[in-house]
Design a protein around this ligand. Structure first.
Ligand SMILES: C[S@@+](CC[C@H](N)C(=O)[O-])C[C@H]1O[C@@H](n2cnc3c(N)ncnc32)[C@H](O)[C@@H]1O
Length: 233
């Protein structure tokens, strides 16, 4: 495990070395990297396994926001092959790969921005999201968390596995670089870009609680994704 000081030093070096790299539009970013995507994400192998273990067996109807090629779903289906999944993602090529991998599963894919997706009311046993929401500002997440809350059945759960900033300094630094890069970028403000702007655990939990969620469990391991399990109260 790296110390916070070492981690921040490396982050600053990386930001410096990529300071001239232009922002990329979200869909283009993932489409271009599709061939190497799963290999690249294999560093999270342990986290995908823990994430799947976190989902209670009684959950049958699941919504996965930003499912991509479904690395978390690969693990979830190993444990429970009978669940019914709706996977929402902006990127059709990622969804095509997911569909190719799992032709035999109860899987419905929706190529759409999850902020625009209609989750309905009381529909889902569980909503899950892994390594997707750290690309968005708190205002957007707040609105989505409320929709997720309403979309869940009573007692339903939302499990968020994500990149969480280790401290206020990391959150503030990445946010300031993001603002600067957006200012310099020709990509219009209403288009999503791929850049990490994670919140600290404290700020992420505040947003979830504001939406009405009860935080049940946090697996906060700096070498893995942070996994926050919440329940509709
Ligand atoms: C790092 S990948 C994670 C994919 C998958 N959950 C996994 O862990 O392998 C992030 C995914 O979020 C999707 N995404 C980002 N913003 C989105 C949005 N607003 N609506 C839907 N999908 C989005 C991207 O297209 C990408 O497939």
């Amino acid at each position: 495990m790296k110390s916070k000081a070492t981690y921040m030093k490396r982050l600053k070096e990386w930001l410096q070395s990529t300071s001239e790299s232009p922002l990329e539009e979200m869909n283009d970013f993932f489409t271009k990297r599709l061939d190497d995507y799963e290999e690249h994400m294999s560093v999270w192998k342990k986290s995908y396994h823990i994430f799947a273990e976190t989902l209670p067996l009684e959950c049958r109807k699941i919504l996965d926001l930003g499912c991509g090629t479904g690395l978390e779903l690969d693990e979830i289906w190993k444990k429970n092959p009978c669940i019914e999944v709706t996977g929402v993602d902006l990127c059709q090529s990622m969804l095509n790969k997911l569909l190719e991998k799992h032709p035999d599963k109860q899987l419905n894919t929706v190529c759409q921005d999850y902020f625009q997706y209609d989750l309905g009311y009381g529909n889902w046993d569980a909503v899950i999201s892994f390594e997707s929401l750290h690309h968005f500002l708190p205002e957007r997440k707040k609105e989505l968390y409320r929709k997720i809350y309403n979309g869940l059945r009573d007692g339903g759960i939302f499990i968020l596995g994500d990149y969480i900033a280790c401290c206020d300094e990391e959150e503030e630094l990445l946010y300031s670089v993001y603002l600067k890069k957006r200012e310099q970028s020709p990509i219009p403000n209403n288009c999503f870009v791929h850049f990490d702007i994670p919140l600290t655990l404290e700020h992420e939990k505040e947003l979830l609680k504001d939406a009405g969620f009860v935080i049940e469990k946090v697996l906060d391991n700096p070498d893995n994704a942070t996994i926050i399990t919440t329940r509709k109260g």
